[in-house]
Structures are given as structure tokens and as C-alpha cells.
Unconditional design. Structure first.
Ligand SMILES: [Zn+2]
Ligand SMILES: [Zn+2]
Length: 193
């Protein structure tokens, strides 16, 4: 049951290899089997017409019910995500919870220029490892190269790697030995700072 479900629920179909890159990164960093799925359903109440964006918090609640027996669910979408106090977010996660979400919407221009699709795919891998790291209980890391470094802008995303530093990796092992999902801690989301 330690599987991670990687669930695409975008408005368009995902670009070739986009999900495969995320799957490989997640599998490598967390030593978990990753199953890829395409959701036929969409989160209905997540769209905020006034902002023209999707509430990432409402999406997390929706995803939590769609883990289909997997240990964690990582939603991947092309929908533009927000939390009320910020213009946008690249993603959000339930700290030590079950669900995380990441979006490609702010990770680059529509892939028309050469190399842009690959650039977006790499940035998505970094943010996917980051948000999933929060579900495993990891907090933000001071090492700017670590996937758990805070990334409020693309400059920060580009400065980091899709890999956890040694300290975060050790911490992940420690946390997964100490148990499982702690639903009561979900409110404490470090990405809201
Ligand atoms: Zn780190
Ligand atoms: Zn974070």
C-alpha cells in the first residue's frame, strides 16, 4: 500500500513524456511504486469564476477521495492554481497528509519555442517532488539546490534540482519509519507562508 497514484486531470491531454518524467523522479526520490492514471472526472467546485483560476485547496480535498487505495495521490494538471492570499501557486500539499497537486500552468510558455516542453517537464518534476515531500512530512530546506527549497518564482525553481539533499532524504526515511498519514496536521501547509 505504499504506492503513489499520479493522477492527471488537466483540461488538455498531457504532453508526451510529461507524466513519465514525474513518475521517474517520484519513484527515485521516495522509493515508492508509482501508478499513473488519467482521471475522467474533474473537480467541479474548484473553479473560481471571479479569479479565472482553480482553488488548489479544494482540489486537494477532491484528490483525497480519489487515491483508489494508494498511499498518496499526486494530482497533475494544466489548470492555473491559486490560494486566496497569493496570485498563483505552482502546487500545494497536505503536510503529512494524503494529497498533493502540481500545475504546469505557470511553469513556462505554451510549448511553441524549441526546448520549452522539456523545460516545463523538468520544472514540473521539481515541484512534484517538492509537494509530495510535504505529504511525507518534509518542511522547506535551506539548500537552494534541494527539491524542498522554497520556490515562490521560476528563478527559484530553476535554481533547484528534482533531487532531495542528503538531509531531506534521511529525514524522509526517518518519517516513513515513524508511521503514516496524520490527517489532523493537514491545515499546517508550509507553502502558505
Ligand atoms: Zn533538503
Ligand atoms: Zn513547499
Amino acid at each position: 500500500m505504499s504506492e503513489v497514484l499520479l493522477l492527471w486531470f488537466g483540461q488538455k491531454r498531457p504532453a508526451a513524456d510529461l507524466l513519465e518524467g514525474v513518475r521517474r523522479s517520484v519513484e527515485r526520490e521516495f522509493d515508492r511504486a508509482v501508478r499513473v492514471g488519467l482521471s475522467p472526472e474533474r473537480p467541479e467546485d474548484a473553479f473560481d469564476a471571479r479569479r479565472g483560476q482553480h482553488s488548489s485547496t479544494r482540489i486537494l480535498a477532491w484528490l483525497k477521495d480519489r487515491h483508489e487505495g494508494a498511499h498518496r495521490v499526486l494530482g497533475v494538471t494544466d489548470a492555473d492554481l491559486f490560494i486566496p492570499i497569493l496570485t498563483f501557486v505552482f502546487g500545494e500539499a497536505q503536510l503529512s497528509g494524503r494529497a498533493a497537486v502540481v500545475s504546469t500552468a505557470r511553469l513556462g510558455d505554451t510549448p511553441l519555442i524549441p526546448g520549452e516542453a522539456a523545460r516545463i517537464a523538468l520544472r514540473l518534476q521539481k515541484e512534484a517532488v517538492h509537494e509530495l515531500g510535504h505529504t511525507f512530512g518534509l518542511l522547506h530546506c535551506a539548500d537552494a539546490r534541494c527539491a524542498m527549497a522554497r520556490s515562490p518564482s521560476l528563478r527559484h525553481v530553476d535554481a533547484k534540482s528534482p533531487v532531495l539533499c542528503r538531509a531531506c532524504r534521511a529525514r524522509t526515511r526517518e518519517l516513513s519509519e515513524n508511521g503514516d498519514v496524520h490527517e489532523q496536521e493537514e491545515h499546517a501547509n508550509p507553502d502558505r507562508r
